[in-house]
Design a protein around this ligand. Structure first.
Ligand code: GLN
Length: 552
C-alpha cells in the first residue's frame, strides 16, 4: 500500500523544496522502503521543453524522453533511481488530459467542471505513479508557494485525497524564517501566515521544515508549535549548508525519518545512510581543487549569475571530482567574450579542464568554437556535451579538414559544408512548427568502439551488453541536429575518431580527437545520469585527465 507525502512551500519560492523532497525520499529509502517522488508544476506549459533555461533553469530529461523540471534531476540524484513521465505533472498536462477525455465523450455527457474534475485528474496521476513504481512512499512536491492562485487546485487534490485515505496522507510545509539584519532575531510570523493560508485550503501541516540562514532554536520551535498547531518535535530545523548532499544527514539529526514513519504507524526496516555520510565527509574534507571552466551562455541575467541552467552538469562535475577526493572549482566563462576578444582565450590555460555544455541558437556559438579549438591545440582536457560535440565537429572540419565554411544548419541554414544537419523527419516537424516534445529525446543506445578513451571510460561500468568485444551503453538525448554522415569520411581521414555510434540509425554519438590528454564529446547528455555515489564514467574520465600531471 502506498503512502503519500505532500510537500508544499510557504513564504517564498527558491528555498529548496525540491531538495527537501529529494532528501526525505533518500532517508525513507535508507530505512528500507521503496520511494518515488512526483513534481507538480503549476504552469500551463505541457512540459518544460519549450521554456528558456535562463527563466526556468535546466530542462531535465528522463529515460522515457520527458522534458521536465530540474527537480526531477534532484530526485534521481538523491534516490539513485530513474524517474519517468509519470513523475512529472503540469497544469497543462492535467487540462490537456481532461479536455481530451471530454472530447472523447468519456464523461458520459455530464458537465465537466474545474472542481472536482481537475483535482481528480491530479489524484489519478499521482496514484498511477505509485502503481507504476510499486512505491511504499510517494512524495509529491507542489510547485509554487501557498497562497497563490496557481497551485490551488493541487492543494485541493491533496485535501480530497486525505479525505479518501486519512491514514495514508501526510502534509509537510517547507517554509522560510528570515533573520532581518536590523532586528537581529529570527521571525516566525511569515511561517504562521503560511500555515494559515494552508489551513484556508483545508490542510493542516503535520511537519514544518524551517529553512533559515541559521538553525532554529528551541524558543522558535516552541512558538511555531503553539501558533501553527504542530508538535515541537515536528518543527524541523533546516539551516543553510555548504552542500545540498548534507541535507539528508542533517534531517536525520532532527529524527525526521522516524517522525514520518511513526505518523504512519511504521518502523524502519533497516538503517543505512552510511554511504551517504561518507560522501558528505569527502565533500567537507576534499581540499585540493580541480579547476573546471564551463564555456556557456545561460548564466548571465542582469547583474546576477544564474547557475540553474546547468545544474546537472555542475552536479556531474562535483560527483566525479569527489570520487577523486578533489574539491571541484567551477568557473563560468562567457562564450561571447572570446568573440569580442580572442586574446582572452589564453585564460583557458588556467583551468584543468574545459566543458562546453548543451545549448540552442546562434548566440555565443563562434566563441565556443574558438574555445574548443584552443583546447584541441593546447592539449587542455575537453568534454563536449551535445552542442559541445556539434561545435567540436565544426571546429575540426574548419581548422583540420580545411572546410572553412563548415557549420550547423541550425546556425547557417544554407551553409556550404553542413557538417551538422537535421534529419529528414525533424525537417518535417520544423516546417509544421511542431516544436514541443519533438526533439530526439530520452534514452538511445550507443555502441562504443574498442580502444578509445570512451571505451576505457565506460568499461566495466554501465555496460548493458558486450557484443563482439564492443560495448553498448544507454544515454539520454535532447537535440534536433546530428553529425552529417556525408562528412564522416573526411573527418575520419583527418583523424577524428567516431567512438560511439547509435546502431539503430547509424548516428554518431561520440567523437574523439586522439593524441590528446582527453578530447571527448558526446551528442547525448551524460550529466543526466550522474549520481553522487555513482559518477558518470565520461565525467570521471574527464576529471581523471584534468587532474593528471602527465599532460602538463
Ligand atoms: N541545438 C543543438 C540541437 O538541437 C544542441 C542541443 C543541445 O545541446 N541540447 O541539436
Amino acid at each position: 500500500m502506498a503512502r503519500f507525502i505532500f510537500v508544499a512551500g510557504g513564504v517564498m519560492s527558491g528555498i529548496g523544496k525540491g531538495v527537501a523532497v529529494a532528501s526525505i525520499s533518500r532517508i525513507l529509502k535508507s530505512k528500507g522502503f521503496k520511494v518515488t517522488a512526483v513534481k507538480i508544476d503549476p504552469y500551463i506549459n505541457v512540459d518544460a521543453g519549450t521554456m528558456n533555461p535562463i527563466e526556468h533553469g535546466e530542462i531535465f530529461v528522463t529515460d522515457d524522453g520527458d522534458e521536465c523540471d530540474q527537480d526531477i534531476g534532484n530526485y534521481e540524484r538523491f534516490l539513485d533511481e530513474n524517474m519517468s513521465r509519470a513523475n512529472y505533472i503540469t497544469t497543462g498536462r492535467v487540462y490537456q488530459a481532461v479536455i481530451n477525455r471530454e472530447r472523447n465523450l468519456e464523461y458520459g455527457g455530464r458537465c465537466v467542471e474545474v472542481v472536482p474534475d481537475i483535482p481528480n485528474e491530479v489524484i489519478s496521476r499521482i496514484q498511477k505513479a505509485a502503481k507504476k513504481t510499486q512505491a511504499d512512499f510517494v512524495l509529491i512536491e507542489i510547485g509554487g508557494t501557498v497562497g497563490e492562485y496557481q497551485n490551488l487546485l493541487f492543494l485541493e487534490a491533496a485535501r480530497m485525497l486525505k479525505l479518501q485515505k486519512p491514514k495514508e496522507i501526510l502534509f509537510v510545509l517547507v517554509t522560510y524564517l528570515p533573520v532581518p539584519e536590523m532586528i537581529g532575531e529570527m521571525k516566525t510570523k511569515p511561517t504562521q501566515t503560511a500555515v494559515r493560508l494552508l489551513n484556508e485550503a483545508g490542510i493542516q501541516p503535520d511537519i514544518i521544515l524551517g529553512r533559515a540562514r541559521v538553525p532554529l532554536d528551541e524558543p522558535r520551535k516552541r512558538k511555531i508549535s503553539t501558533f501553527c498547531n504542530v508538535l515541537p518535535a515536528d518543527v524541523i530545523s533546516a539551516p543553510d549548508i555548504e552542500s545540498i548532499y548534507e541535507i539528508p544527514v542533517n534531517f536525520e539529526k532532527e529524527n525526521l525519518g522516524n517522525r514520518i514513519l511513526k505518523k504512519f504507524g511504521l518502523k524502519a526496516k533497516k538503517q543505512n545512510l552510511k554511504d551517504w555520510e561518507k560522501l558528505v565527509k569527502t565533500i567537507k574534507t576534499a581540499k585540493k581543487p580541480v579547476k573546471i571552466g564551463v564555456v556557456g551562455k545561460y548564466f548571465e541575467t542582469g547583474r546576477f549569475t544564474l547557475m540553474d541552467s546547468y545544474i546537472s552538469v555542475i552536479e556531474a562535475i562535483k560527483h566525479a571530482s569527489w570520487f577523486f577526493k578533489r574539491k571541484p572549482e567551477i568557473h563560468w566563462l562567457a562564450a561571447e567574450s572570446y568573440e569580442r576578444n580572442p586574446q582572452k582565450l589564453k585564460e583557458l590555460k588556467k583551468y584543468d579542464g574545459i566543458i562546453v555544455p548543451g545549448g540552442f541558437g546562434n548566440r555565443g556559438v563562434e566563441g565556443k568554437i574558438k574555445a574548443i579549438g584552443f583546447c584541441r591545440k593546447n592539449k587542455i582536457p575537453y568534454l563536449g556535451l551535445c552542442l559541445g560535440m556539434q561545435l567540436a565537429v565544426i571546429e575540426f572540419a574548419r581548422n583540420v579538414c580545411g572546410l572553412k565554411k563548415a557549420n550547423s544548419v541550425e546556425f547557417a541554414s544554407s551553409c556550404q559544408y553542413p557538417v551538422i544537419d537535421v534529419l529528414p523527419e525533424q525537417k518535417a516537424l520544423l516546417r509544421e512548427k511542431q516544436y514541443g516534445g519533438t526533439m530526439r529525446l530520452g534514452a538511445y543506445q550507443c555502441q562504443i568502439k574498442p580502444k578509445t578513451a570512451s571505451f576505457r571510460a565506460y568499461l566495466p561500468s554501465e555496460a548493458l551488453a558486450k557484443e563482439g568485444g564492443s560495448l553498448i551503453v544507454s544515454e539520454r538525448h535532447r537535440h534536433r541536429y546530428e553529425l552529417n554522415n556525408e562528412f564522416r569520411e573526411v573527418l575520419e581521414t583527418e583523424g577524428m575518431v567516431m567512438a560511439g555510434i547509435n546502431p539503430e540509425k547509424d548516428l554518431v554519438e561520440i567523437i574523439e580527437v586522439p593524441r590528446h590528454p582527453f578530447f571527448v564529446a558526446s551528442q547525448f547528455h551524460p550529466e543526466f545520469k550522474s549520481r553522487p555515489l555513482r559518477p558518470h564514467p565520461l565525467f570521471k574520465a574527464f576529471i581523471r585527465a584534468s587532474i593528471s600531471e602527465a599532460w602538463r
